[in-house]
Design a protein around this ligand. Structure first.
Ligand code: ADP
Length: 328
């Protein structure tokens, strides 16, 4: 549904140049919720703006639903954009218009007039549970409600694609969950393809089917979430499942082991699962520095009970591990 093909974008020249996007390729399937996650400055906003044709890449192309967006201008660009809705971190509502008028705004742009426009706006507000607030001003609403209006506006022109620019970053955790669940529900009901950018792994974990991890303009890891979680050494997995969380794989127990004293944990654990003939998969391993020590954290999916983990620990100890902890 969305193909980002070898897209690069650089800002500035010479020594001051910043490579915001460095040969980024991402494929978003129809109907899926795809999350691009990364820290501030990773290139996420530039990527989203490129998909929305607000930004032109130096090289590469973006295709949305079979139409190459990159390089389009005028009427062709406007038409392509109507298939794309966007929600923003700070909602971007117009303060002196009512809630309904804010949604109608998106319909004006596509030439829907009069009663039909008003009717459609109310329908959209109904979809996000806010029809009863149609006549209020945005300032009378809570943050979560304002974002619902933002979503209603984004969906008013009946787009196939919804882009979300940190849509929940300005919201508290409970409201964040509600908005994410709403996006997920609407994506299912309307068959929307969603591309969202976020700096929060929790967002990815809650609603995304697939994800890409970006760093310094590059995609360092991407794929279906389940697949990322099963990839040895996957950083997405290591971040998605902080130590202590359990029970992801059906019928398996997820056991996190943290330890110090081992510098190359992955080969050791891989060898040990072979040696014991255990059906142990390493779901995520990360070496990091904890309180000044090089520490390892490994996630194991173990069929059955924690006794398997204890065997693993025995082996780790014999390999030089000085301290360990199991989080069943
Ligand atoms: P993110 O959304 O992940 O925080 P951005 O896409 O906003 O990252 O930025 C990526 C890099 O590109 C940053 O170093 C940023 O400073 C730079 N950048 C983004 N837009 C511009 C611009 N219009 N002019 C100059 N540099 C920019």
């Amino acid at each position: 549904m969305i193909t980002i093909d070898h897209v690069s974008r650089r800002f500035g020249d010479g020594l001051d140049a910043v490579v915001a996007l460095d040969d980024v390729s991402i494929e978003v399937q129809r109907g899926e919720i795809f999350g691009v996650v990364g820290q501030s400055g990773a290139g996420k906003s530039t990527l989203l703006r490129t998909v929305n044709a607000l930004e032109r890449p130096d090289s590469g192309t973006v295709t949305v639903d079979g139409t190459v967006i990159t390089g389009l201008e005028g009427a062709a660009l406007r038409q392509a954009r109507h298939k794309i809705g966007m929600v923003f971190q700070h909602f971007n509502l117009v303060g002196n218009r009512t809630v309904a008028q804010n949604v109608e705004f998106a319909l004006e742009a596509v030439g829907v007039k009069g009663d039909e426009r008003r009717g459609r706006a109310l329908e959209m507000l109904d979809l996000v549970g806010l029809a009863h607030r149609a006549k209020d001003r945005p300032a009378q609403l809570s943050g979560g409600q304002r974002q619902r209006v933002g979503i209603a506006r984004a969906l008013a022109s009946q787009p196939d694609v919804l882009l979300s620019d940190e849509a929940t970053s300005a919201l508290d955790p409970e409201t964040t969950r509600q908005i994410l669940d709403l996006i997920k529900r609407l994506s299912g009901e309307l068959g929307l393809t969603v591309l969202l950018i976020t700096h929060e792994m929790d967002v990815v974990k809650r609603i995304c089917d697939s994800a890409a991890l970006m760093e310094q303009g590059r995609v360092v890891e991407q794929g279906a979430l389940e697949q990322l979680i099963r990839t040895p050494g996957s950083r997405v997995a290591a971040e998605l499942f902080p130590v202590g969380e359990a029970h992801y794989t059906p019928g398996h127990r997820i056991i996190d082991v943290t330890y110090t004293g081992l510098s190359a944990d992955r080969p050791v654990i891989a060898q040990l699962s072979r040696d014991f003939g255990l059906d142990v998969s390493i779901l995520g391993a990360a070496l990091e520095t904890i309180r000044g020590h090089q520490a390892g954290r490994t996630r194991l999916a173990v069929p059955g009970d924690a006794s398997v983990a204890l065997k693993v620990i025995d082996r780790l100890t014999s390999q030089g591990v000085t301290a360990w902890e199991v989080h069943p």
